[in-house]
Design a protein around this ligand. Sequence first.
Ligand SMILES: C[S@@+](CC[C@H](N)C(=O)[O-])C[C@H]1O[C@@H](n2cnc3c(N)ncnc32)[C@H](O)[C@@H]1O
Length: 243
Amino acid sequence: MQIDVFTLFPHWFDWFRGQRHVANALALGSSRECLDYRAHTPLSGGQVDDTPFGGGAGMVLRVDVVEAALRARYGDDPIAVRERRRVVALTPGGRVLDDAYVSELAREEHLTLLCGRYEGFDERIVEHFCSDQLSIGRYVLAGGELAAMVVCDAVLRKLPGALGHEESAHEESFSAALDGAPEYPHYTRPAEWRGWKVPEVLLSGHHARIRDWRAEQSRARGEQTGGQPEDAPGGRSGRASLP
Ligand SMILES: C[S@@+](CC[C@H](N)C(=O)[O-])C[C@H]1O[C@@H](n2cnc3c(N)ncnc32)[C@H](O)[C@@H]1O
């Protein structure tokens, strides 16, 4: 998979490259390039944004600047580019990222992520150059960079081999293997701590019982949360209820 991230802060992504599953995915042939809008701006002094028509606070990323950046990368009119690759504008009001959306993006061979800053994009960028608007949640970040990293993290770990041998994305929260429900609880040593015991079944060595127990826990969690993270214990109201 080839992912291009357009940003005003390409160096922010340097540490992200070193994350194990990202490094694995890159070693297995995927790529993740960061492109600087400023590198191809047709405006003087590296200008990329401007004040909003109609007034108001903040600066808006210019359509001519984004067009120049996309043309420089793909050698084509951005209107044509979005016909052949998924071009995603990161916006707070977009389609909210969930596991199904991540899987959808992970099936693409080519993905372009556009990070906004300040007041966001000139709407013509979204309307004419983008196939999607993606939100990582209903809150507002200062810029699209962290959102792009969330997308890359979630998408790349879906790719075969990215997690290595010891982990698997097959049976985890929201996967088909768990019927879309949250994952069951995990425990490790010590088997008892301050009187808090690990469920007996997990120590039984009885694989069929363990499998059934985990499936039941997962199903119960799914019912409890309705699949909506904000409804989870500790979600909307803050703290999980104490035992
Ligand atoms: C300060 S925000 C702009 C907010 C915009 N004025 C609004 O009210 O919707 C700047 C940029 O951060 C990114 N961003 C902020 N919150 C985001 C979110 N929840 N999901 C995805 N991108 C986000 C977008 O790229 C956005 O253009």
